[in-house]
Design a protein around this ligand. Sequence first.
Ligand code: FNR
Length: 366
Amino acid sequence: PPLSLIYNLHDFEFVARHAMDKIGWAYYSSGCDDEITLRENHLSYQRVLFKPRILRDVTEVNTSTTMLGTKTSCPFYITATALGKLGHEDGEKVLTRQAARQDVIQMIPTLASCSFDEIVDVKHPLQTQWFQLYVNQDKQVTKELVQHAEKRGVTALFITVDAPQLGRREKDMRSKDFEDLSHVQDENDNSIDRSQGAARAISSFIDTGLTWELIKWFRLITKMKILLKGVQCVEDVLMAVEHGVDGVVLSNHGGRQLEYSPSPIEVLAEVVPILKQRGDYEKLEIYIDGGVRRATDVLKAICLGAKGVGIGRPFLYAMSTYGDDGVYKAIQILKDEMIMNMRLLGVNTIDQLNELYIDTRRMNRC
Ligand code: FNR
């Protein structure tokens, strides 16, 4: 269908399911095991309701905010998703271009299809990019990668901590008839095991021995902000505070890692009051990702104390089906939804959002 018939982010997924080739669709859409956590990421948002306020002047509405010290047009960012070329020949560069046009932050994945430099080369001078890091067993490789990212203007490092081994994504494994992994920049070519799907094939270099000591080491090698991506419980958020990280992403990797991991919006609702009570809330920024498809989801997360929200698959689907125009439209749809929903909620700016606009009673009953 023409792009003009796309009304929301779900529509991109519907078109992608029918239009994408089997391998790309399997890799992008899959979750781990029985996809319970994948579904729960969506369902959990349905248990959070709003408490809208009336009779306020909502003529002017502004969606802009600050994330990690950077001004940006809205409180969501394009999160890191590997293998962009499974969906579009220009891969991650499509996302970079449209992030620039829309003033949205992009997180570059370690396992991008395009090389890191190709992606940074197409960025606008004023555009902000973050870098998602899979820590290589070879510390020297990691160090070079990180220092190169910093030199090229990346402002924050998101260390993925929920993937010492990649989860079983069986849809992806079933499409193991994939011929070549030339989409992938991988130094460990000869260790590729083609029977395990695209995801597992490319991840064998990831260090399984990481501990909290890691943070000290990263502070020595870089001045970038350091965040942990894939924190999944209150205890680990408190550990993260103790270790002085700049932020965490509450995330279960889009339901692709540990089945029965909790959904991030629920962890968020639990952790923020505890941080506030301990006086720790101002010490770091909290982000969440997984299952966000509507501006209402974004707004719920902000009300519950997130600084921003990552969105993954919708942009991949938009890119794979309509290329640059699709990604532009996906962001525009979210921004339009943001403005309308802020008005209906009775707020003018992002910093007015707080827990008073939210009703979590249904959440607690499940
Ligand atoms: C991911 N994600 C991910 N995360 C990461 O830290 N490194 C990576 O290489 C990837 N790769 C990746 C590929 C694909 C196809 C998907 C769908 C996801 C996880 C990603 O950053 C994020 O946590 C989720 O995608 C968020 O969920 P939604 O928005 O896709 O529902």
